[in-house]
Design a protein around this ligand. Structure first.
Ligand code: PBG
Length: 331
């Protein structure tokens, strides 16, 4: 049975009518704004590969956090670029590491702003991989692969150090097996049961991360991340990854990237009850910006349409470099 004649036209007849029947809206309440903090002082340097994004030093990030708060954005996601890298990424859990200092600065300047921290080793290791590299002489095939369990222990140490510095949410983005459980246990054992875990549960090995790797200086020195990130053609596996992370203690699960994976967001929404975050990643952001600069598309309109589609697919939270722009547009 079809709709009675002209119903659709009546329902679209004016801005107010459209507003009244609208099902999806993007609100500033849903946004998380990523920030890059690097070792140094008095730095606010534009990131070449990512228009409108900057590298901040811990002392300048407070001002940025205050601005983000004044725009009504509830949360930031912190990425760190350390002054020193090594084989195991030990600056990642240093008490006075760049992320830990930034967290303290932000919490002092904007206590109500939620600080989410990316928990991963790739920005901190000299080889740029997300964990420690296995060296096992007896099985040469295994050489150069990530050693899963020792990596999980270091990730848990990193997450704990973020919690100790004042992080509200820790977000493991490494995709090692079992790392959510290691992190949950470390938090519980040390009295941080109120710190939430937002896991990058379904994270695909994607070319959409290109501009970010440049910004975070985390291009792998050899190989790629396909041994630990998901294979783009697979969907059922994403449901299994998400189920596992929830079972291990994740409070919020993430699908990443967002745009080419709207079906994954949708399926996760149908299946799981916990909040779902979607990461509108650097490549998605820069494709829009680049097309805008060329005068091919209306950047603002495209941004709205993309963010709306991510919400419509079922995401509750959208992590996006557009957050400030969107907040200004909505206010
Ligand atoms: C680190 C990490 C990456 C991104 C977020 N955390 C890069 C990667 O996995 O290679 C990508 C974010 C973006 O592209 O905006 N593991």
């Amino acid at each position: 049975m079809g709709f009675p004649k002209n119903r659709m036209r009546r329902l679209r007849s004016s801005p107010s009518m459209r507003r009244l029947v609208r099902q999806t809206s993007v609100s500033v309440d849903d946004l998380v704004y990523p920030l890059f903090v690097r070792e140094g002082e008095d730095i606010k340097a534009p990131i070449k590969s990512m228009t409108g994004c900057y590298h901040f030093s811990p002392d300048t990030i407070a001002t940025e956090a205050a601005e983000v708060t004044s725009l009504g954005i509830p949360a930031v996601l912190l990425f760190g670029l350390p002054g020193r890298k090594d084989e195991i990424g030990s600056e990642a859990w240093a008490e006075n590491g760049v992320v830990q200092r930034a967290i303290r600065e932000i919490k002092q300047a904007a206590p109500e702003l939620l600080v989410v921290t990316d928990v991963c080793l790739c920005e901190f290791t000299s080889h740029g991989h997300c964990g420690v590299i296995k060296a096992c002489p007896e099985r040469s095939r295994e050489n150069g692969k990530i050693d899963n369990d020792p990596t999980c222990e270091l990730l848990a140490k990193t997450a704990l150090s973020h919690a100790q510095a004042g992080a509200d949410i820790v977000a493991p983005s490494d995709m090692m097996d079992g790392r959510v459980r290691y992190i949950r246990e470390a938090l519980e054992e040390n009295g941080f049961e109120n710190v939430a875990i937002m896991s990058y549960a379904a994270k695909y090995a994607s070319a959409f991360y290109g501009p970010f790797r440049d910004a975070a200086e985390s291009v792998p020195a050899f190989g790629d991340r396909r041994a630990y990130q998901m294979d783009p053609p697979n969907a059922d596996e994403a449901m299994a990854e998400i189920a596992l992370d929830i079972e291990e203690g994740a409070d919020i699960v993430m699908v990443k990237p967002a745009l080419a994976y709207l079906d994954i967001i949708y399926r996760a929404r149908q299946r799981f009850d916990c909040p779902i975050a979607a990461y509108n990643v650097s490549g998605e952001y820069m494709m829009v910006n680049a097309a805008g600069v060329e005068g091919l598309v209306d950047t603002e309109a495209i941004m709205m349409e993309i963010l709306t589609s991510i919400k419509r697919a079922g995401a509750d939270i959208v992590i996006t470099y557009f957050a400030k722009e969107l907040a200004k547009l909505l206010s």
